[in-house]
Write a protein that binds this ligand. Sequence first.
Ligand SMILES: Nc1ncnc2c1ncn2[C@@H]1O[C@H](COP(=O)(O)OP(=O)(O)OP(=O)(O)O)[C@@H](O)[C@H]1O
Ligand SMILES: [Mg+2]
Length: 221
Amino acid sequence: MIQMLSVSKRYDDGYYGLRDITFKVGPGKFVFLTGESGAGKSTVLRLIYRVERPTNGTILVDGADTAAAHGGSLTSLRRRIGMVFQDYMLLFDRSVYENVALPLAVRGVGKRTISQEVDKYLDQVGLAGYQRRMCCSLSGGEKQRVALARALIAKPDIILADEPTGNLDLSNGEKIVEVLHDANRQGATVFMATHDLYLVQSTRLPFVRLRGGRKVEEGNF
Ligand SMILES: Nc1ncnc2c1ncn2[C@@H]1O[C@H](COP(=O)(O)OP(=O)(O)OP(=O)(O)O)[C@@H](O)[C@H]1O
Ligand SMILES: [Mg+2]
């Protein structure tokens, strides 16, 4: 469960990226975060993952205030979340294998299991055979799918996906949404940012819509 309670974010230059946002994403739900470019979608996801801090308001993940998380508790908060950043945040001087393996490697999982899991998740995102490729040489859509495989591999309770279909053609985009649906069916809470209103409307899933940093609509079909 993710809860945002009266959250505002004022950036260092004085600009308010978000104003007084309140909503919740229930456990096991698949919810879209939508709105035009600049509406505040990435800001919301970065606040939940605690790479940004709110100026006002409270963010709870399973009832725990993320503001209180630091050191070990911040690491454990982040380990419960699989984050797909809009700009990927891959280690560009490393191979696809090393990037996708990372969440399991830091948990001390054995090499054989890691290798099997990397193969499985690369296959899911349509990148079978990409293990040895260097991330810096991949196309935008390929990088995006490496970022998704890395977010999914440790089977996080919560998946935050920031425009994970933004650089993909229709067919690959649909495949990626299906991968997220699979993770959701297996119990993960999925919160996906997309500017694609058509996608939001066609799936009839719950959504939160932002405009200019404010919540303007919330739908629960
Ligand atoms: N570090 C920052 N400093 C100042 N303003 C920022 C910063 N990051 C974001 N903003 C501003 O906050 C607003 C919301 O940005 P955000 O990235 O959350 O939008 P978005 O909905 O994700 O847009 P897009 O669909 O283009 O990804 C924008 O006007 C942006 O310029
Ligand atoms: Mg964004």
